[in-house]
Design a protein around this ligand. Structure first.
Ligand SMILES: C[S@@+](CC[C@H](N)C(=O)[O-])C[C@H]1O[C@@H](n2cnc3c(N)ncnc32)[C@H](O)[C@@H]1O
Length: 349
């Protein structure tokens, strides 16, 4: 479909780019500038017409561009990306002009990436919210069995390999090459010391990122905003850890895979099904189906579900919820809120 900004669908895409500019705000001044420019650019809007409906289009566009920059295309535009050119690189000329030229020059490849790839940002620092949430949810007498819905590269399934520093308390292996810091803004999250034992872990994903595949890893890295070198560093360290200890990832629709995964989960364990930053890609019907499926599966054994999701329109942080499914019933409770990349935590439970 060929769209421009005057078409109603094109107008919506342009509006989405403006919202993305506001969302990244000070965390990516480059994307804020480029997203505002893209909202006024017919080539950008036309490229986004190919994005799958379930996907946040602006994230796809900027990841596709960064993916090509990381392979060496567009050195002038790349000079504005610290994550590509390096923190000391001297930016060349006007980034907006370079961006517009890049879109025109690489339009076919960018369109193909936007049409075929997915937003699969795997943010390992979200483990700072998952760690206390698992503790709040699990049976303390049993080890954990984990099923992650929408695991991407599965980096968060390896939460017990990372060291945590919450300011007042530390946890996780002290010798880990990766330390995740988190500010506790309020409340008393239950940080377990040591981290709980995990006896089974599996991730379900429509398009699992294989950490052994450099192209797949480059795509996941391209989703990180270009000034956030600390996130790039954490991602690369976590990928190196995952290459040594690859988690089991199963390809497919989570709603179809879940019943079998639950069935094959070990019995003598506290079963936690969790998801973070996934349900924004789901329809309301599919979210209801997940709830029904877990309610039904919990006729045979209790299941604890942890959700870290940013679903409310215009939400600026994620809500952390624990739902216990047991005997045909479900009991949700709100545990707190978290920064969308795990920078801080507010605990309420
Ligand atoms: C934005 S990523 C989040 C990854 C990880 N949970 C995190 O927080 O770092 C969302 C992931 O969910 C996956 N996904 C979305 N819908 C899915 C579905 N119906 N079944 C399986 N995976 C799905 C996507 O492929 C993507 O890898």
């Amino acid at each position: 479909m060929v769209l421009n900004r005057d078409h109603p669908e094109g107008g919506k895409l342009a509006e989405g780019l403006r919202r993305f500019a506001d969302h990244v705000g000070d965390q990516s001044p480059l994307y804020r500038t480029l997203a505002r420019a893209a909202a006024e650019d017919d080539t950008a809007v036309a490229i986004l017409a190919d994005a799958p409906h379930s996907q946040p289009p602006a994230n796809l566009l900027f990841a596709a561009v960064q993916y090509l920059l990381l392979e060496g295309s567009g050195p002038r535009l790349a000079s504005h990306y610290p994550a590509v050119a390096g923190p000391g690189a001297e930016p060349e000329g006007d980034p907006v002009a370079a961006f517009r030229e890049f879109l025109v020059e690489h339009r076919d490849r960018i369109s193909a990436l936007v049409a075929s790839r997915r937003v699969q940002t795997n943010e390992v620092r979200r483990c700072t919210a998952l760690l206390p949430a698992f503790t709040a949810a699990r049976d303390p007498m049993l080890p954990l069995a984990l099923i992650e819905v929408g695991a991407s590269a599965g980096l968060n399934l390896l939460f017990d390999r990372y060291h945590y520093d919450y300011g007042t308390v530390e946890s996780g292996p002290a010798g880990s090459p990766l330390t995740l810091t988190c500010e506790i803004r309020s409340g008393h999250p239950p940080i377990p010391v040591p981290v709980p034992e995990v006896v089974a872990r599996v991730g379900l994903d429509l398009h699992p990122i294989d950490v052994a595949d450099p192209d797949a890893v480059r795509w996941a890295r391209s989703l990180i905003w270009p000034e956030q070198l600390d996130r790039v560093g954490r991602f690369e360290t976590a990928v190196a850890i995952a290459r040594e200890n690859p988690p089991t990832l199963v390809r497919g629709e989570a709603l179809e895979l879940l019943p079998r995964s639950i069935e094959s989960s070990p019995g003598e364990a506290s079963l936690v099904v969790y998801h973070s930053f996934v349900l924004n890609q789901w329809t309301a019907e599919d979210r209801d189906r997940l709830d029904d499926l877990l309610t039904q599966a919990a006729n045979h054994r209790p299941i604890d579900r942890i959700s870290v999701e940013m679903l409310a329109p215009g939400a600026e942080y994620a809500e952390i919820t624990h739902t216990r499914y047991q005997g045909g019933k479900s009991e949700p409770r709100r545990l707190g809120t978290a920064h969308y990349h795990g920078v801080w935590l507010q605990w309420e439970a």
